[in-house]
Design a protein. Structure first.
Length: 225
């Protein structure tokens, strides 16, 4: 089964007198090891898609399947999906949003501790992860001491901490210059290829298109044909 399967995903918002169709029947799958780029103009539904696929919001219609299991639909109670979200989905946003008074390694270890990993094991695993992402030399630095690119790579490490099969990233390089954007996108490429993680990245940056296995283009809440 695909890691993620979106089936007819639809989200309407009430807006004044009318209804905004933020997402309008979007269907596609992402397989293990695939890096998919999601493109499209502002307002085309990309963020809404990530919120629904990431189990942060409920669809008005349609379904989200993870690993062959239907997890979200119009009638679901999202509160009950918190554990599923934590185990199966890692999020990366435009800003790293690291906790400023915790070091890089503590930021990563915290995600593990929240998932009930014992602190010494969490720290050990966090160190291994930072090493794998070429950040070992930054493990004990506070976020403010890191460059923007390094902070974003720590955010990627944090997203990977609990070994989710799926990573969802919403414009993760928008705040970075082109060299650091490339580095972060290459990291996603490496994670997909070496760990078999399915990765969906919303981006406006055409410079990294060569790294994607597939590109999905949104337009007016639909996938452009
Ligand atoms: P994108 O991420 O591609 O810029 P969005 O998913 O943020 O697009 O938005 C798609 C459409 O849905 C836009 O017209 C936006 O204004 C609307 N929208 C998104 N969220 C809400 C909301 N909470 N309430 C009302 N309209 C919304
Ligand atoms: P990157 O590895 O993301 O390309 P840079 O080239 O910006 O990072 O920075 C190289 C190193 O210098 C990094 O380890 C970073 O932590 C450090 N550094 C960058 N800017 C500052 C700064 N304003 N003050 C202190 N250290 C900095």
């Amino acid at each position: 089964a695909p890691v993620l399967s979106a089936r007819g995903l639809t989200r309407h918002y009430a807006s004044g007198a009318g209804v905004v169709r933020a997402l309008d029947g979007v269907s596609f799958d992402i397989a293990a090891g695939e890096l998919v780029g999601i493109f499209g103009p502002s307002g085309s539904g990309k963020s809404t898609f990530l919120m629904l696929a990431g189990l942060l919001e409920r669809p008005s219609a349609g379904e989200v399947w993870l690993g062959g299991q239907r997890v979200s639909h119009a009638g679901v109670h999202l509160d009950g999906l918190r554990a599923t979200r934590r185990r199966r989905i890692g999020f990366v946003f435009q800003r790293a949003n690291l906790i400023p008074f915790l070091s890089a390694i503590e930021n990563v270890a915290l995600s593990l501790e929240i998932a009930d990993v014992a602190p010494p094991d969490a720290r050990h695993h966090a160190r291994r992860l930072l090493e794998a992402l070429d950040l070992a030399h930054r493990a004990d630095s506070l976020p403010a001491r890191l460059s923007g690119g390094e902070q974003q790579r720590v955010a990627v490490a944090r997203a990977l901490a609990n070994g989710p099969p799926l990573i969802l990233a919403d414009e993760p390089t928008a705040a970075l210059d082109s060299a650091r954007s490339r580095q972060v996108m290459q990291l996603f490429r490496r994670i997909a290829t070496t760990r078999g993680t399915a990765v969906a990245v919303v981006t406006h940056d055409p410079r990294s298109v060569d790294l994607f296995d597939r590109i999905v283009e949104f337009e007016d809440g639909r996938i452009k044909k």
